[in-house]
Ligand binder design. Sequence first.
Ligand code: F0G
Length: 361
Amino acid sequence: DDFEGRGVWRYADALPLDSGVTTQEGATPLYEVPRLENDVGVEALRIKHEGMNPTGSFKDRGMTVGVAVAKELGVDRLACASTGNTSAALAAYGSRGGMETLVLLPAGKVAAGKIAQASLHGARILEVDGNFDSCLDIVQELAARGEAYLLNSLNPFRLEGQKTIGLEILEAFRDDYGAFPDRIVLPVGNAGNTSALYKAFRELVQVGDLPLEDVPKLTGVQAAGAAPMVEAIENDADEVRRWDDVETRATAIRIGNPVNAPKALPGIRETDGTAVAVSDEEITDAQRDLAEEGIGVEPASAASIAGLRKLRADGVVTDDERVACLTTGHLLKDPDAAAAAGSDPQPVPNDTEGVLEHLHE
Ligand code: F0G
C-alpha cells in the first residue's frame, strides 16, 4: 500500500520520490465558514484544516516524504526536536517504516495528546529541561555526530512534502472560484510551511501554471510572546533575532529561533505578504470562532484566524480579498486548552426530575 496517486502522492511529479512511507496523508478538507467570513468581512474565507491528517497535523505531509528518504538511505534511527506534533508524526511514520525514533521535547511544554501519540507509536522520548530551541540545538548536534537522521523542518525533504498544502489550496480555489486565493494566512513557528509554500509557488510560476501576479500573499501569524519573525518583518531586518524567553498558550509555536527564516523572510516579502502577532486571548477567541463553525483546532492553529481578524481590522487585508487560513493541528492535540476555552460540565442528580429541575433553574 503506497497510497499511490492519492493525497500528498497525487503530486508525486513535484516530489523527490514516486511513493513514500504512508498512512494516507493529505487531501484535507477546505471548509467554507460563512458566518466567520461575514464577521471578518472578506470576499471569501476558507479553512484548510491540516488537523484532518492521520496524526492530526500537517507534519504527516512532510514525514511521508522525509521518512521514505531516510529509509532509502538505510538509516537506523530518526530524530527530531519538537513542540509535540513533529514528534507524534515522526513516531508514527518512523514506526511504520520500521525505524527507531528519538524525540527531544521541552519538559512541561508539550500538549497531552501529542506526548500520548509519540509514546504509543514507540518513540524514545527525552524531556529536556529547556525550551524547543535548545532541543533543536541538541538534536542537530546529535545528527552532526552521526547518532541519528534529523527530521525537523531543516530537512529539505520534509518541506517538499509540505509544498502539497499550497498545491491543494491553489487547485481548490481555481476550481471553485476560477481564481487563486489573494492571500494565505498561516501560523508560524520554525517557518517551515512558509518556506514550503513559497517554494511551491516559485515552482508553479516557473512551469507556467501560476501567473506571477496571482501568487498569494504569504501572511504569517505568531503569538505575541514568541514573535521573532514579526519583529524582523516590522523592522525590515535581514536576519531574525533569536528570542531566548518565549511564552504562549499556543505551545506548538512557542519558538524563539525560527530556523527556516532565511527562506521564509523572502517568501513573505516577495509575495507582498506580512507578519503579525496576536495575544493568547485573541488566539482563544479564534479557537472558539472556529469551534462555532464546527471546526476543532488546537491553539496554534487558531492564530491564523486571530491574525486575519487583526489585519482586517487594521485595513491591511481588504474586503475584496479571497483568503485561505491554514489550521495546522486538531483540537484533540491539546485537550486541556480546549476544555479551558469551552464550557464546564454541570453535575446533576441521577434521575430525570433532578435533571429537569437543573435545566429549568
Ligand atoms: N502549527 C502547529 C500545530 C505546529 O505544530 C507547528 C510546528 C506550527 C504551526 C508551526 O509551523 O514551523 O512550519 O512554522 N510545530 C513543530 C513541532 C515545531 O515540533 O511540532 P512551522
